[in-house]
Design a protein around this ligand. Structure first.
Ligand code: SF4
Length: 207
């Protein structure tokens, strides 16, 4: 991880936000969508709905055209309004700082909860998205197809203070270098990578 952090210094979420509420909304919108596209939609959205109370009063019909460009806008509108109403009814409009309470909110799974805990609430969290899943398995620092198991494996060997930075670093590595077709010749950890070793020519072999 130290070598990867040198390759991707200051890795952080690329979603723009000022409050835990804003990050929760942006993370829900980021499902199956690029952070860049989400960042284009959220300034107007946050101006119109600056907090959970304002968003709880919105209708899905009103919200849909505003978030259409992020894809899956019907499901996301439903999640956003449901999430905001649950925040108002159960948490006084505030974002609860625990995994269990966050996961109870409509549209919020483990990954989204970890993003908000780690980046906006100062609670250690290690979000495992498709990039973390792919990169960690290729290097060999985790071995599982299930994101929750990969999260457990990484958290077990890293101090809590490193969890969120580790996720951010693996995500950036997955976006820039260890893509589905990996750019191994540009990778800082190729000498420690199971996948690279398995692809490399064997001494005396035909590859
Ligand atoms: S060596 Fe290749 S497969 Fe391994 S982490 Fe680097 S880019 Fe990914």
């Amino acid at each position: 991880m130290a070598a990867l952090e040198r390759q991707h210094p200051n890795a952080d979420t690329e979603l723009h936000f000022k409050t835990p509420y804003e990050l929760l909304v942006a993370t829900i919108l980021s499902a199956q969508c690029t952070d860049e596209r989400v960042n284009r939609v959220t300034p107007a959205l946050f101006q119109r709905y600056p907090d959970a109370r304002a968003l709880a009063r919105a209708t899905t019909a009103e919200l849909e055209p505003q978030i259409q460009s992020t894809g899956f806008f019907r499901a996301k509108s439903k999640s956003l309004v449901g999430m905001a109403q649950a925040l108002v009814q159960q948490h006084g409009g505030n974002i609860p700082p625990t995994m269990d309470a966050l996961k109870e909110l409509p549209g919020v799974g483990r990954k989204t909860a970890n993003v908000v805990l780690g980046h906006a609430l100062g609670v250690p969290g290690l979000p495992v998205d498709r990039h973390v899943l792919r990169v960690a398995n290729r290097i060999g620092i985790a071995k599982a197809d299930d994101p929750e198991i990969v999260e457990q494996q990484l958290c077990a060997v890293l101090p809590p203070a490193a969890w969120t930075r580790t996720s951010d670093t693996l995500i950036l590595h997955g976006r820039r270098i260890c893509k589905p077709r990996p750019l191994c010749d540009q990778c800082a950890v190729r000498n420690d990578c199971d996948y690279y070793r398995a692809q490399s020519p064997k001494p005396g072999g035909s590859r």
